[in-house]
Design a protein around this ligand. Structure first.
Ligand code: HEM
Length: 477
């Protein structure tokens, strides 16, 4: 029988305190230097079903409860609130079709053109020596990419509107709501969060209804290009794929219009800030480690040259770039906490987890566990060329490095993130030198690496990354 609570595991149920005589308060602060044995993570991530998430991550150190009652105001809700048959089906659809290798390959031109658009904007700023809020620009990049992958014909304004609404959903959800915890307040909505969520939902619904209706119209009149053998099949965006499944009478699960909207909300909330913040943290580390930045530039110059911008197809040929990205995901996983719920009493690693307990697994501390990592807090991509780490990847099989989680609920956006993050990061490194703006620097003149931005599910930087780009390629391709 367990005598105390494992240090890496956080439990949120009334009974969690009964696990440990030493645990007297709800578990808000996560340990940073302790981690599970790999066997324990394996057991948790793959054995237990997903949790109905009730925590909102402020940074890798703190969590606050989600506003559950606000979340319930979203009728098409969130993946986390839907029945098991639905999420199993949509997860499989995600991994094989929506975010699978074939779709990612077909939609690559969209991603490349959005990276090119970002580079052009930065070049303009560099011409006048203007500082850029790169945090904002990177969110815009990932938001535009996902919007255009969902509905390829959308324009920049629509992408901006969509991101604003998704951000509002995350903000309302992430606010502590007293009525979730104090019985007699239930239903009174004294903070006005439920009303706000209904309003945000209406806006989101109107926007998506517009996207879906426009798509249905274009599908009805789209002529097939070419004829006979030479017929070209137009590239399908995610909305096409979802509408195909919704109209398929033989599909295993009937997905509705509401489900389509819910899926789109899910990939926006899960995919935009996580990918943008990984690029942002990595560039911050590189600016603070000029030798590593230099080594990476030399690799890019050697493999890609200086006459064209690096693209996603180059990524497999750049081992040092891949090591830099892995090192970043080890030291700063964008989503530092993963959740599971126990449906029955379970013993894991010698600890008893009572039934119906939400367990929060700290991926951040796993990546910094001194049992598995030498100098765990040091940013040193070279560690991935050492024999003991040479075969590690981030896909959920090596439990000391699981920035995308593991098991049945592993992140379905992993393929997307491993294309977009390295390619966009490498383009920023290849095309520009970066000068730190005063507001971003700490007292040592380095980029301030404090965590703690507000809102959403991701571990944000406390201060935005504001930097001055200086073009490095001349002429700029
Ligand atoms: C660097 C970028 C990203 C990181 C670090 C990341 C990390 C994670 C983690 C840790 C989980 C929980 C996994 C678990 O509990 O085992 C997750 C879930 C999820 N991610 Fe990602 N993610 C990233 C990008 C993306 C992208 C680009 C998308 C979509 C386009 C996406 C969609 C999702 C979805 C829908 C879930 C919920 C899956 C489920 O509950 O079954 N993620 N992600």
């Amino acid at each position: 029988m367990a005598s105390h609570r494992p240090p890496w595991l956080y439990l949120s149920s009334a009974i969690s305190t009964s696990l440990s005589p030493r645990c007297t308060s709800p578990c808000m602060n996560l340990p940073l230097a302790t981690a599970p044995s790999s066997i324990s993570v394996l057991a948790l991530l793959s054995a237990l079903p997903p949790a109905r998430s009730i925590w909102h991550v402020k940074s890798s150190k703190t969590m606050t409860p989600f506003s559950l009652s606000a979340l319930r105001q979203l009728p098409h809700g969130n993946l986390l609130m839907r029945p098991p048959a639905y999420w199993r089906f949509i997860k499989r659809l995600c991994m094989s079709e929506l975010l699978g290798p074939r779709t990612l390959e077909q939609l690559r031109p969209i991603r490349q053109s959005e990276v090119a658009f970002l580079l052009c904007g930065l070049l303009e700023k560099s011409r006048v020596g203007e500082a850029v809020n790169l945090s904002k620009e990177l969110i815009k990049l990932t938001n535009n990419i996902i919007t255009r992958m969902v509905a390829s014909s959308t324009a920049g304004d629509e992408a901006d509107m969509l991101h604003r609404v998704v951000k509002q959903v995350a903000e309302v959800m992430g606010t502590f709501n007293a009525e979730d915890y104090i019985g007699f307040l239930r239903g009174l909505d004294i903070q006005g969060l439920n009303k706000k969520m209904r309003e945000v939902h209406r806006n989101f619904d109107n926007l998506l209804e517009g996207f879906i209706t426009a798509k249905e119209k274009s599908r009805n009149k789209a002529p097939e290009r070419g004829s006979g053998e030479a017929k070209e099949t137009p590239v399908k965006d995610l909305l096409d794929i979802l509408l195909d499944v919704a109209g398929d009478p033989t599909a295993e699960v009937k997905i509705t219009r509401e489900n389509i909207k819910g899926f789109i909300l899910d990939i926006f909330t899960a995919g935009t800030d996580s990918s943008a913040s990984t690029i942002e943290w990595t560039l911050s580390e590189l600016i603070n480690h000029p030798k590593i930045m230099q080594k990476l530039r030399e690799e890019i110059d050697r493999v890609v040259g200086r006459d064209r911008v690096i693209g996603e197809a180059d990524v497999p040929n750049l081992p040092y770039l891949n090591a830099v990205v892995k090192e970043m995901m080890r030291i700063h996983p964008a989503a530092p906490i993963s959740y599971r719920i126990s449906t029955k009493e379970t013993i894991i690693g010698g600890y008893t987890i009572p039934a119906n307990t939400t367990a929060a697994i700290n991926l951040y501390s796993t990546g910094r566990d001194p049992k598995y990592w030498v100098d765990p807090h040091e940013f040193r991509p070279e560690r991935f060329f050492e024999e003991s780490n040479a075969n590690l990847d981030v896909k959920g099989l090596h439990y000391q490095l699981i920035p995308f989680g593991s098991g049945r609920r592993v992140c379905p956006g992993i393929g997307f993130a491993l294309q977009v993050v390295p390619a966009a990061l490498a383009a920023l490194v290849q095309c520009f030198e970066w000068k730190i703006d005063e507001g971003t620097a700490n007292e040592n003149g380095k980029v301030d690496m404090e965590e703690g931005g507000d809102g959403g599910l991701v571990s944000y930087r406390a201060k935005p990354l504001v930097v001055v780009p200086i073009p490095r390629l001349n002429p700029f391709p």
